[in-house]
Design a binder for this molecule. Structure first.
Ligand SMILES: Cc1cc2nc3c(=O)[nH]c(=O)nc-3n(C[C@H](O)[C@H](O)[C@H](O)COP(=O)(O)OP(=O)(O)OC[C@H]3O[C@@H](n4cnc5c(N)ncnc54)[C@H](O)[C@@H]3O)c2cc1C
Length: 262
């Protein structure tokens, strides 16, 4: 298996070192995160989102409201004591009291994601710890531009759902990239605030041709004074960050989280 991805605290997303130019202490989770204990969550529902992604709705005995963008760590323990831990962003808003939803994309040969897809059903228990993350978070009261690719849209959807649940207090714009409409997560939830970019197959009658996200896609979404949240695979996140910088967005107004299959 690949090395466990991250010990909550300090290290960059996906086990990567902290991004250059970003103050490492600011990327650490809140101090209280270090004390969060493992707990056994009850799987209340498993929802199929796409052919490769499912959402797990978990009831937590010790729930606390997360900040959109935070994640939980899921721990699997085999009968022989072997353990695997992976981080999963919370997709649900903090107003969803007592529960969290995690959306997991099944990676080819992925150890934990495949186990969750094949081995977890409603009624099962999952050991989790969280919420963690103090940097890639949005509280809902400042302008935000969200740019997500593939499963990178998960933490952004927590922000989007929080935005809707709290009455759209601050301006928010979103760009979501997916290979095809069939692979688009949360497809019924986007409105006029969201630009959808399909790279390989577009829906019939789509005004946008298929292709990678472009500067022309992002330019109309820019908001004065916004923080820009970019999440997706390493190639996607790098591309989106370059586009934003090319459009004149200051580097310190861009936050990037990297994970997800290419
Ligand atoms: C902060 C954070 C939030 C995240 N949120 C989400 C989320 O919301 N949803 C989500 O789906 N994921 C999320 N992830 C990613 C998640 O933590 C896992 O990395 C992901 O599910 C893959 O884990 P896995 O055990 O299935 O795959 P792993 O077993 O870790 O394998 C990962 C990849 O490496 C390949 N691989 C494994 N071993 C080898 C090898 N020996 N040689 C070559 N290739 C190999 C596998 O085929 C697979 O493609 C997040 C990550 C972070 C850091």
């Amino acid at each position: 298996m690949a090395a466990p991805l991250e010990e909550p605290g300090g290290q960059g997303p996906g086990g990567l070192p902290p991004l250059p130019g970003i103050d490492a202490p600011a990327r650490r989770p809140p101090r209280s995160g270090a004390r969060r204990e493992w707990q056994d969550a009850r799987v209340l529902e498993v929802r199929r989102e796409t052919a490769r992604a499912s959402t797990y709705r978990l009831g937590l005995p010790r729930w606390e409201p997360h900040v959109p963008g935070q994640h939980y760590v899921v721990r699997l323990v085999a009968p022989d004591g072997y353990r695997a831990e992976r981080s999963y962003s919370v997709a649900s808003p903090p107003s969803d009291e007592g529960v969290i939803e995690l959306t997991v994309e099944r990676l080819a040969d992925g150890e934990v994601s495949a186990y969750l897809h094949d081995g977890i059903a409603p009624g099962d228990e999952l050991t989790v710890r969280g919420p963690f993350g103090g940097w890639f978070v949005w509280r809902g009261d400042t302008p935000a531009v969200l740019v997500g690719g593939g499963s990178g849209v998960v933490p952004l959807m927590a922000m989007h759902r929080h935005w809707r649940a709290t009455g759209r207090r601050a301006p928010l714009r979103m760009a979501v990239a997916a290979r095809s409409p069939e692979e688009l997560l949360y497809r019924s939830e986007y409105g006029d605030e969201t630009l959808l970019a399909f790279s390989r197959a577009v829906p019939e009658g789509s005004p946008r041709p298929r292709g990678r996200l472009t500067a022309a896609d992002l330019e109309p979404l820019l908001l004065p004074g916004a923080t820009h949240y970019v999440c997706g695979s390493t190639p996607f996140a790098g591309h989106a960050e370059e586009l934003l910088l090319g459009l004149g967005v200051p580097a310190d107004a861009i936050r990037v989280e990297r994970f997800g299959g290419g």
